[in-house]
Design a protein around this ligand. Structure first.
Ligand SMILES: Cc1cc2nc3c(=O)[nH]c(=O)nc-3n(C[C@H](O)[C@H](O)[C@H](O)COP(=O)(O)OP(=O)(O)OC[C@H]3O[C@@H](n4cnc5c(N)ncnc54)[C@H](O)[C@@H]3O)c2cc1C
Length: 442
């Protein structure tokens, strides 16, 4: 075997293997790693990847996450990059080192010691976390939907609450089977629609002392004057009509001032009893980026990036995905924190770094907004598709919208597995789904 020759300028370290980082290392591994033209290392604090837009379905129990999870070690082996397990805790730009904390197992035994990884080019792609805006009680009593574990924890709580209500001697208490979802952006809205169906589904498996019409209440709370405030009004209206038809209670113009173990208090003093509370009211980049060895960050902790995706104060440090504030010409705000932006930035950078290694100048990134789609469980999908001629969104609903919605995930799968494996995977899931219950019951 020929000696693996890696020139020092080609040590590329990527931190964060989410929608952006994982697509990026996979593409770069295939392009450069395969031919030993660069040494590519992914540092990631979890061992498996689940695409975040699937989390509301995991929370509602309508999806088994193990069907969709990807193992980083295996992906690295197949796509010619190295996976290193651990959480980035610091950066030393002068020495070009990424510091990573020790990892431990469930019993507290160390798996990997604290380590430092040298880089020549660093790409930061650590995504976003829930922004609770300092609201009291959120950290203690509300569940965010950031990780597969949190989504699965919410689902377990939901199923346990149904089983408890069925088995207890007395009647169901007020608030016992109520779910308050705070934040009616895409995540909260999609969760509300899926939950309506999945609670009924769980109860239908013999929990007959629970009457969904009488005992279950789903309240969607939004501080803005309409749900889906970031999307066109037509989409909010169509979504609101459907949610109201389902019996989801929608409260707009309602700011939450506190979350307690019993429910949610609004700024006006009203208390909404609810033993299950989900917080999905906005995101920010992780606090660790606020002071990462002098890199420029904005008020949401995002690393401020140039159109080339390089950070403003260090040309060897790039930022992509939710944790990057990438300029969006013609708009006051940067490129929005969305899966389609993460996908486009990852693809762009995977084309640019080989150019940089070849000594060619970097080309600027241009975000293309293809529109927004909202999946309302099994009922319908609504959204707007950006017309390239008019530059305006065209409202779509139903089967076409559903197919477009699915295509976003298929694009992610294709970037990770290739076209043939994506088609085969979809076929296999389609064939094997039927014998299982429609929702997770444990
Ligand atoms: C419930 C939900 C539903 C959504 N639905 C949609 C949708 O329908 N359409 C859409 O366009 N967008 C949607 N989004 C947004 C979309 O998921 C994000 O924009 C996208 O995942 C961003 O990709 P990313 O790679 O920047 O971050 P992520 O996908 O979050 O990946 C970040 C990765 O970094 C890792 N990490 C974090 N910190 C560290 C550290 N210090 N060290 C090492 N690793 C670290 C994390 O474990 C994670 O794997 C949704 C988000 C959520 C939470």
């Amino acid at each position: 075997m020929p000696e693996r020759i890696v020139q020092p300028s080609r040590r590329i370290v990527v931190v964060g293997g989410g929608a952006a980082g994982l697509e990026f290392v996979t593409a770069l591994g295939n392009r450069l790693g395969r031919r030993n033209l660069a040494e590519i290392t992914l540092i990631e604090k979890t061992r498996t990847h689940l695409w975040k837009p699937l989390l509301h379905s995991v929370a509602a129990g309508s999806m088994d996450p193990s069907e969709y999870e990807l193992n980083y070690l295996a992906q690295a082996h197949w796509h010619h990059f190295r996976f290193r397990f651990g959480e980035m805790t610091g950066l030393a730009r002068a020495e070009r080192l990424v510091h990573v904390a020790a990892t431990r197992d469930e019993e507290g035994r160390e798996i990997t010691p604290p380590r430092s990884f040298p880089y020549d080019t660093l790409v930061i792609a650590i995504g976003s976390v829930t922004n609770d805006f300092g609201t009291p009680g959120v950290a203690e009593h509300a569940i965010p939907l950031e990780t597969a574990e949190q989504a699965a924890r919410f689902n377990r709580r939901l199923v346990n609450a149904c089983i408890r209500a069925h088995a207890q001697p007395g009647p169901v208490r007020p608030g016992q089977l109520h779910v308050a979802i705070i934040g009616a952006g895409a995540t909260g809205t999609e969760l509300a629609a899926e939950l309506y169906q999945s609670v009924r589904e769980v109860v239908s498996y013999g929990l007959d002392r629970v009457d969904p019409e009488r005992d279950v209440r789903i309240v969607l709370i939004e501080a803005a004057e309409r749900i889906l405030p970031a999307l066109p009004a037509r989409i909010s209206e169509a979504t609101l009509t459907l949610l109201e038809r389902l019996g989801v209670e929608v409260r707009t113009g309602a700011r939450v001032s506190e979350v307690t173990a019993e429910g949610v208090r609004l700024a006006g003093g009203e208390f909404i009893p609810s033993e299950l509370v989900v917080w999905s009211a906005g995101v920010k980049a992780p606090d660790a980026l606020r002071a990462l060895d002098g890199l420029e960050a904005n008020r949401l902790n995002q690393l401020v990036a140039l159109p080339t995706l390089q950070t403003t104060r260090d040309p060897d440090v790039f930022a992509i995905g939710d944790c990057a504030a990438v300029p969006w010409p013609g708009h006051a705000d940067p490129v929005p924190p969305r899966a389609q932006a993460a996908h486009q930035e990852a693809s762009h950078l995977a084309r640019q770094l080989p150019r940089r290694i070849a000594g060619l100048p970097l080309q600027p990134f241009a975000y293309r907004d293809f529109g927004s789609l909202i999946s309302l469980g099994r009922y319908t999908t609504v959204g707007s598709l950006m017309g390239s001629l008019l530059g305006k969104g065209v409202f779509i609903e139903g089967v076409i919208a559903k197919l477009m919605y699915r295509s976003l995930y298929k694009m992610h799968e294709r970037a990770l597995y290739g076209t043939a494996a994506t088609l085969l995977g979809s076929l296999r899931r389609g064939l094997t789904r039927r014998p299982h219950p429609m929702v997770k019951l444990h």
